[in-house]
Design a protein around this ligand. Sequence first.
Ligand code: NAP
Length: 289
Amino acid sequence: MSEVTIFGLGLMGSALAKACQKDGVPITVWNRTIEKAEALKPVNVSIAQTISEALAASPVSIICVDDPSSVLTLFGNSEIWSHLEGRTIVQLSTSLPKQVRQDQTWLTERNADFLYGAIHCGPQDLGTKDGHILFSGPSSVYKPVEGLLSHQGGKIEYLGEDIAAVSVLDLAWLSTRFGEFIGMLHAANICQSEGIELQKFIEMFPDNARIQHHVGTIRDGTYDQRTATLSVWRASLELMKQQAIDAGMDAGFPNLVGGLFDRAVQVGYSEEHVMALFKVLRGDAGTVD
Ligand code: NAP
């Protein structure tokens, strides 16, 4: 038997798997497209062909896919429900507070435990001192898996019993990130349109690693970095829109930013770094209807 099953082997799921492999933790992996599982180094890893096999392989399963409804997407088929009994499901796919509460109820009804987590670092940080993940949910579920989760990095934080707390805080944190993105993109556009080198702008912020990284990406045109894709950021923005609707809030901010992301996706930048938005602002791809 493995110690943990990982559902999803995109950029983040693969990094979760590699962090376990580095520490010698036996894992089972499942991915919708099986070729990604076969690309993992064959160390301490079993590849599950089916969702039932993947659930049966370990007491704990971690989900990390680009689908906020993934608990139901993966486990909705009643034929696999017997495999959920007694298992702990850790959801690391970015999800809505409403969805997280529903998932907890749904899994509890099937005798499975549930934790929700939000990853606050890049894939390259997992398994290092900079690996940062926030968790919320019952402490009786968190405590037994804390040691297992600690393989993911030096900053594993537990924020309390309320299952939706981390989802709420994550969306609020993401909102600040999108605000930063838009500010940085417009700043870069001001500099370039007035003939000032981006390096001069970057040097105004010697202690701000985010400006150095993001504006540096625009300066260097390195939009092919494999961290979080523009498409994954956009999916989070869609969740911000939905949360605003669910809570009866004004959705003006996510709608405004969303327009720029939509144009980037239409011209084919989905798999690029989020700063590829700059090419849309600058009009590189022409006008999009
Ligand atoms: P990614 O590289 O685009 O990979 C997406 C993964 O999700 C793939 O394994 C894909 O399977 C799977 N998937 C998507 N829809 C699915 C469905 N309906 N059923 C089954 N599998 C499905 O995305 P990622 O960067 O790994 O992100 C995964 C999650 O981590 C997202 O919720 C994201 O918000 C969160 N996250 C990512 C980062 C980051 O820096 N990348 C940071 C924080 C949080 P296929 O291979 O079959 O397409």
